[in-house]
Design a protein around this ligand. Structure first.
Ligand SMILES: [Zn+2]
Length: 95
């Protein structure tokens, strides 16, 4: 039995009637499909694409390049050693 064809089903993209693209505001250009329970949609006109997370919120699809890897790290400038007034040391110095 060869059931290789059933393992990967082609994604069915359905046009959403009267849906308006949030990017180019065109109507009837939005397609929607589901992959692994996640809803995706894209616009055939401008190429806008996003997905809906488990909360039904729009998650823009971005190239997984910088966003996931290069988190804006707050670079802490390597401070030169700071000497706080230390009474104990001061005292030792005085003695
Ligand atoms: Zn669009």
């Amino acid at each position: 039995m060869t059931t290789t064809e059933t393992t990967e089903q082609p994604v069915k993209k359905q046009f959403i009637a009267s849906a308006v693209c949030p990017a180019c505001e065109a109507m009837d250009t939005i397609r929607m499909w589901t992959v692994d329970g996640t809803q995706y949609r894209d616009c055939i006109r401008c190429g806008f694409a996003d997905s809906l997370n488990e909360f039904g919120q729009s998650v823009p699809l971005e190239l997984p390049t910088r966003v996931n890897q290069d988190k804006p790290k707050v670079k802490k400038a390597a401070k030169p050693m700071q000497f706080f007034p230390n009474p104990k040391l001061k005292k030792q110095d005085d003695e």
